[in-house]
Design a protein around this ligand. Structure first.
Ligand SMILES: [Zn+2]
Length: 107
């Protein structure tokens, strides 16, 4: 069972208390963008086997969105941080690298 800690209210719960919101840190494209950029924004998602950054909502708690870094193979959670954080926090990167020394953040 995947357990997450909401960084907004501090509650730790099983994944059924939360609602997944897809990939985190998407670069949004809107009016003025090319068709390819807009298509990629709408439909192209990474589906890694390993470290992944995701959006989650604390559906049966505070109701707020946050980001989680976790491993898709082992369900290990490296950390969570607020949805207002546009860059991956250094403490999250450090937590991942301590467990996955070969992992590199994408540019
Ligand atoms: Zn919460």
């Amino acid at each position: 069972m995947l357990k997450l800690t909401c960084p907004n209210c501090g509650v730790t719960g099983e994944e059924t208390e939360f609602h997944p919101g897809g990939e985190a840190h998407l670069k949004r494209f809107g009016p003025g963008s090319s068709d390819d950029e807009f298509r990629d924004y709408l439909f192209q998602r990474v589906n890694p086997r390993g470290v992944h950054f995701e959006r989650w909502r604390h559906q049966y708690g505070c109701g707020k969105w946050f980001h989680a870094a976790r491993c898709t193979q082992t369900l290990e959670v490296f950390g969570t941080y607020t949805a207002q954080t546009s860059e991956i926090p250094q403490n999250i990167i450090d937590a991942i690298k301590s467990r996955r020394p070969d992992w590199e953040p994408e540019a």
